[in-house]
Design a protein around this ligand. Sequence first.
Ligand SMILES: Cc1cc2nc3c(=O)[nH]c(=O)nc-3n(C[C@H](O)[C@H](O)[C@H](O)COP(=O)(O)OP(=O)(O)OC[C@H]3O[C@@H](n4cnc5c(N)ncnc54)[C@H](O)[C@@H]3O)c2cc1C
Length: 500
Amino acid sequence: MSNSLPSDVFPLGIATKILFDDNAITAVSSDFGGIIVGRRPLGVFCPSSEDDIVQLVRSAYESPKPFSITARGRGHSDSGQSVSTGGITIDMRSLAAGTQRIRIRVSSENGYSPYVDVGAEQLWSEVMLETLKNGLSPRTLLDYMDLTVGGTLSVGGLSGQAFRYGPQVQNVHELDVITGKGELVTCSKKHNSDLFFAALGGLGQFGIITRARIALQPAPTKVKWVGLVYTDFEAFAGDEEYLITLDGTTGKKKGFNYIEGFVFLDHNQVSSPFFSDEEVAKISAVTSEHGGAYFIEGAIYYSDDTAFTIDQEVESILEGLHYTKGFKFIRELSYTGFVDRVRCEEEKLRRFGLWDIPHPWLNLLVPKSRIHDFHEGVFKGVFKQGNTMGVILIYPLGKNKWDERMSLVFPEEEVFYKIGLLLSSFPVNLGCVLRQRDEVLRFCEKNKIEAKQYLPHYKKIEDWMKHFGSKWDRFVEMKKKYDPKAILAPGQCIFSSPLV
Ligand SMILES: Cc1cc2nc3c(=O)[nH]c(=O)nc-3n(C[C@H](O)[C@H](O)[C@H](O)COP(=O)(O)OP(=O)(O)OC[C@H]3O[C@@H](n4cnc5c(N)ncnc54)[C@H](O)[C@@H]3O)c2cc1C
C-alpha cells in the first residue's frame, strides 16, 4: 500500500475536500480507547455526497499505487479500528453537515412494516429523535446512542433488547455499500445478498455503508425500570437465563423488553443513573460485605393505555426470582429518559475528567456452559484485587435471533453471555489494566473456553483465522470479490496486502 498520495489521482471535484492540516489529522489519529498511538493518516476527506466517496475509492482502486481508505464514524472504537497509518480517513459525519439523511416510511411498502432509511453517518440518537416524532422507534438500540449507524452495523450492535430482536445487524432490511472497487451497490437478503450479509458485522472490510434501511416498531412512551441485586452468582445467572426465555413469543408470560446484567466487583462500581444516593450506599454496603454483587436491570415498555396493568405485569415477571430480599428497585421513566441513560453518565464522567481517559475494553461472547468457570477464573481470579475502574456487563443472549450468514461471529452454543469489560484507566495504570485484559484472554485459552471477541482486535492473521473459524474462507472470498486490493479499513489489521 502506498505511503504517499499520487498527485494526479483525484478528480478535481474532490481534491478540495481533503484536509492535510495537522489539526484535522490529529483529530482522527486516536480513538475512544486511547491505547493506540503513532498512527496518522495522510489526509482527512470530508465528503458532501455518496458520489464524492465513490470518486475517492475509485481513485484509490485505479491508482497504480493504491492507498488505504478508512471510514470513520465517531471513532468510538477501543483499539484503533478506525485509525490508520497513511492513506485517507473519511470523516463520515461530514455527510450529515448539510441536511440530515433520515427518511421514515410507515407504509408496508415492499412488504416491510415501518422502516427508516438513514445515512450511515447519522447517530442513533438523531435517528431516534426523528422516528419518535412519528411515534416509532428502532426495535433494538444501543446503551449509548451517540454512535454512527455505519460504525455499529460494521460491528454488530448489541444491547439489552438483543435477546428479543437480535443485534442491530439483524434488524436491517437493505444497505447501500460503496465497495473497495468504488461501485455503489444496493443490497438486501434478496439482492446482492452476499455483500449484504458480508457487510453486516463485516468490520468495514467489504465496503463503506452509506445508507441503511432499519426496521421500526411503535414506540412506547413510558418504561418501568426494575433493578434487582444479588449476592449469589448462581441465583443471578439462573434468573437472567430464565428472564430471556420470556420473550413474548413463547406463549409464556410477557417478559421484559430489555435485560442487562452487571457485576459489581467492589463498592466503587455500584452505579446507575436511576439509583438514589441512599440506594447506592445500601448496595455498596452489601457489595463490600459479600466481596462483590450482581445486578439485573430490566425494563418493560408501556404507554398510557396499558398503564393500568403495568404493575401487575412487573409483579408477575418478578414472581419466583431469587434476588436478595429488600434489594428490588422500581422506577417509572419516560422512554427517552431510559434511552438516554448512558449519556447522563457521560456528562457526569466528563465533569470529573473521567471520560477522556484510556478505555482498554474487552468484549466477549462466552458460551453459557462455561459461564461459571469464567466467573470463577475472571471475576474471582483475575480481578480479585478490586479497584477496577469501569463497568462490567454480563447478560445472556439466544443464538436463535442471530443469522449465521452475517460476518458477525458468535459462539456455537444456543445461549451465550455478552461480557463487557468496559474498563477505564488513568494513563499511569494503563499497562497494568492491559495485562489484566491479556490475562482474561489467556485464562479462556488455557481453559478451552470458546469465547469469541465482540469488537475484536487482533494483530496476527492466525488469530483472525481462529476468530472467524468456519466463516474465514467465506470472509476471504468476499474480500477478494469486493475489496481485492485491501484498500478498506486497514485499522482492523486483518488484510495488509492485496489479495489479487
Ligand atoms: C461509550 C460507548 C458505548 C458503547 N455502547 C455500545 C453498545 O451499547 N452496543 C454496542 O454494540 N457497541 C457499543 N459501543 C461500541 C461501538 O458500537 C463500536 O465501537 C462502534 O464501532 C463505534 O461506532 P463509531 O461510529 O464510532 O465507529 P468507528 O469507531 O468510527 O468505526 C468502527 C469501524 O467501523 C468502520 N466504519 C465506520 N463507519 C463505517 C461505514 N459507514 N461503513 C463501513 N465501515 C465503517 C471503521 O472503519 C472502523 O473499522 C460503545 C462504544 C462506546 C465508546
